[in-house]
Design a protein around this ligand. Structure first.
Ligand SMILES: NC(=O)c1ccc[n+]([C@@H]2O[C@H](COP(=O)([O-])OP(=O)(O)OC[C@H]3O[C@@H](n4cnc5c(N)ncnc54)[C@H](O)[C@@H]3O)[C@@H](O)[C@H]2O)c1
Length: 388
């Protein structure tokens, strides 16, 4: 169904599309990269050519020229006709994606596989725009696609079973680590990671600690590579806030995913983070950065609270069969570089301890946001381990 001879089409030559095209070409495929914006396509061409040249200089590829020759930059959608797999990575708008899928279906052969790299939209509703929805699935790469190993493979309700197996195998051939995620908002990573941002902001909004202290607690005590505020500034509030809002509305306004005004105001102000020079932090030259209050007791409380919320999300995702325990652990360690899987973390901290942190929060706030997953309660009462 899908193999090395499959010609891969990529729609959208932005950050993700160009990266996916590079991955596919490096894996030996002929690739057709299509964009309806000639300037974007030109940019992708020059940046991919430079990147491949640099990889050759570093000895990471033997011939940049060979890989470059496999890449076609297509200004016309009809050039996707010979493709056996087309991966869409255009603007995150359901209406536009649906139109593009319906249009592409008229161009490609009947057995061509159609995939979307959407971060947050329903694969099922994209598939519904097609006359052959059984050939549609989600292939969610992480940014930057050539460096991040994780790919979430997301079958729509309509997707043929054998396609899921074939897509998983192809991702492995591309050197990726595929996990299977149910078609639910945020799939695995963008759902389970929400409290890393949301609970950190809540702690800050309540004045329990400032941003520098929360970032310090999560890196020094929690062991995360970046603190939540540094990470949100890095991702950009235009992207991070919008994912939060989409997940929140898609979950029928479940308070667990409620966005914050602090982040919304940053977005409104145009303080998008590093890329605009200002976000939660100010990146202007010679600006002194806020110093954390390195109070260990406070730091432990912050880290435990955020980690307990993350574990709860992972437990709930497992409970609702969003993914297997193995795939949940892989997704969080390979997709967002968490220091360990959250179910493993639960086993180390203890399901009973995690539950008591959540129940204390729930009794204190009387908010549904802090309700513990029934699975966590079950493991706590049975004194059972989730993975170990
Ligand atoms: N950026 C990330 O971190 C990230 C990570 C994972 C998934 N995604 C998803 O990948 C997709 C693309 O994101 P991105 O960051 O690469 O966006 P981007 O804005 O960098 O690139 C999008 C490209 O699509 C092109 N485009 C838009 N409409 C088109 C159309 N109708 N036909 C052809 N080309 C069209 C644009 O010209 C642009 O070059 C989105 O669905 C996003 O949610 C993004």
């Amino acid at each position: 169904m899908l193999d090395k001879n499959t010609i891969v089409g990529v729609i959208g030559s932005g950050a993700m599309g160009a990266g996916i095209a590079q991955v596919a070409a490096m894996a030996g495929h002929k690739v057709v990269l299509y964009d309806n914006n000639a300037t974007a396509l030109g940019k992708a061409k020059s940046s991919l050519t430079t990147t491949l040249q640099k990889l050759q200089e570093k000895g990471k590829v033997t011939s940049a020229e060979e890989i470059t020759d496999r890449l076609t930059y297509a200004p016309d959608v009809n050039q996707l006709a010979p493709c056996g797999l087309v991966i869409e990575a255009i603007v995150e708008r359901l209406d536009i994606k649906k139109t593009v899928f319906a249009d592409v279906e008229k161009i490609v052969s009947d057995d061509c596989v159609l995939a979307s790299n959407t971060s947050s939209l329903s694969i099922t509703s994209i598939a519904a725009a097609c006359t052959r929805p059984q050939r549609v699935l989600g292939l969610h790469f992480f940014n930057p696609a050539p460096l991040m190993a994780l790919v979430e493979v997301i079958p729509a309700v309509q997707t043929a079973n054998e396609l899921v197996v074939a897509a998983k195998e192809l991702m492995q051939q591309w050197g990726k680590i595929p996990v299977i995620a149910k078609d639910t908002p945020g799939f695995i990573v963008n759902r389970v990671a929400r409290p890393f941002y949301g609970e950190a902001i809540r702690i800050y909004e309540e004045g329990i600690a400032d941003i520098a202290t929360i970032d310090w607690a999560m890196t020094e005590i929690g062991g995360f590579r970046m603190g939540p505020f540094t990470l949100m500034d890095y991702i950009g509030h235009d992207v991070n806030y919008v994912v939060t809002e989409t997940v929140f509305t898609s979950f029928f306004y479940d308070p667990r995913y409620k966005p914050s005004f602090s982040q919304k105001r940053l977005l409104e102000a145009g303080w998008l983070g590093r890329k605009t020079g200002k976000g939660f932090y100010n990146y202007a030259e010679n600006t002194p950065q806020p110093l954390p209050n390195k109070d260990n007791e406070l730091g432990n409380k912050i880290a435990e609270r955020i980690v307990a919320m993350l574990i709860n999300e992972a437990a709930e995702a497992l409970h609702l069969n969003v993914a297997t325990a193995h795939d949940l652990e892989t997704a969080m360690t390979k997709g967002v570089n968490y220091p360990k899987g959250l179910l493993q973390w639960c086993d180390e901290l203890g399901a009973d301890k995690t539950l008591s942190i959540l129940d204390d929060l729930y009794h204190h706030y009387h908010e549904d946001r802090y309700r513990a997953s029934v699975l966590l309660r079950k493991y706590a009462s049975g004194n059972k381990k989730m993975v170990s």
